[in-house]
Design a protein around this ligand. Structure first.
Ligand code: NAD
Length: 334
């Protein structure tokens, strides 16, 4: 086993750092839980390192990669890897790994938490109750929407999209429509799910949930025209990546009541809630919009497993083994 020098870009669950230390590596951790390193700080830190354990908040671009002569692996603590320039890493023979699978169910559960909270107006009702406004039970007080028997449109029927469908069909007797690059006939049969084009999905779904990765083909996949197709009573949930929804189009849809509500775990200009700094409260201002700070995978169990997976990728490579979740296998040829 090679003695790797590893930089861990933010404090992660201890189990991961312990694994790296036990492997005999020289481990440098950014201990400040809220500090995202600047590009220059990251460059300085990875300069002489063999491995980088990165977070989705670290932009690992050409400049960072080219400054790290010894770098052999970037183990990303996420399933999405749009924060890394994969082509640049591949050209340099640097492996990039991610953490698929272990977070699937946790993200699906958060997606449902958001969907139910939006449909039943849980956040508004909580605030109302805390503010002492609850005077009497009322037949018309905080009327929401049932999920049971409704149509759920899933954009991206991958690991997370499928886990969401299972909860929808088995737990809520929902009808599932999906839009994906690939057809999955076995899944369709088992869950009575229907493969459609995006337009049909947007027109027919009562709830729409996004589970595609952020790619050039999915950036602003949901924009002005797409909101126009949605039902007035539709609720949109995004736990994938912020830029898949055009934020201006979402603001327009909420302002003009084109949809009933939305719930977001991710934002176009994260950690800013709105991209336009002149109007930072634009998205925050809507009662029918629920916001969570990118916590869909944030369960104690799952974050521990993500720490183990990323650490194991680095350990495997140092021991001469191909790590399990390499996203740029072409880099292995170099
Ligand atoms: P996955 O790769 O299993 O599924 C993605 C699906 O999208 C695939 O079925 C793929 O065919 C489909 N797809 C890709 N491009 C498409 C396109 N242009 N049009 C239609 N379909 C397309 O990934 P996953 O594990 O299900 O994760 C999905 C995404 O969720 C990740 O890429 C990540 O960005 C996001 N995510 C967010 C959090 C969070 O904390 N909020 C946590 C985990 C994952």
């Amino acid at each position: 086993m090679e003695k790797f020098k590893v930089f861990v870009a933010r404090k992660i669950p201890e189990i991961g750092t312990e694994m790296l230390k036990k492997a005999g590596f020289d481990v440098d951790v950014n201990e400040d839980e809220e500090k995202v390193l600047t590009k220059l700080e990251l460059i300085e830190k990875v300069k002489n390192k063999d491995a980088l354990l990165s977070l989705l908040t670290d932009k690992v671009d050409e400049e960072v990669l080219s400054s790290a002569e010894n770098l052999k692996i970037v183990a990303n603590y996420a399933v999405g890897f749009n924060n890394i320039d994969i082509d640049a890493a591949t050209r340099r023979g640097i492996l990039v790994s991610n953490t698929p699978g272990v977070l699937t169910q946790t993200v699906a559960e958060h997606t449902f938490a958001l969907m139910i909270a939006a449909a039943r107006r849980i956040v508004e009702a909580d605030e109302y109750t805390r503010q002492g406004k609850y005077r009497a039970w009322g037949p018309l007080l905080f009327l929401g929407m049932d999920l049971n028997g409704k149509t759920l449109g899933i954009i991206g029927l991958g690991r997370i999209g499928k886990a969401v469908s299972k909860i929808a069909v088995r737990g809520f007797d929902m009808k599932v429509l999906y839009y994906d690059k690939f057809k999955d006939e076995a899944f369709e049969k088992e869950y009575n799910a229907e493969d459609t084009d995006l337009e049909t999905l947007l027109k027919e779904a009562d709830f729409i949930t996004i589970h595609v990765p952020l790619l050039s083909s999915t950036k602003h996949l949901i924009s002005f025209n797409e909101f126009k197709l949605m039902k007035k009573g539709a609720i949109l949930v995004n736990t994938a990546r912020g830029s898949i929804i055009d934020e201006n189009a979402l603001i327009d849809a909420l302002e003009n009541k084109r949809i009933a509500g939305a719930a977001l775990d991710v934002f176009e200009c994260e950690p800013e809630i709105s991209c336009d700094h002149k109007f930072p409260h634009q998205l925050k201002g809507f009662d029918n919009l629920i916001l969570t700070p990118h916590i869909a995978s944030a369960s104690i169990e799952t974050r521990g497993k993500m720490a183990e997976l990323t650490a194991q990728s680095i350990i495997d490579l140092a021991g001469g083994k191909t790590p399990q979740n390499v996203v740029n296998t072409e880099a292995l040829k170099k």
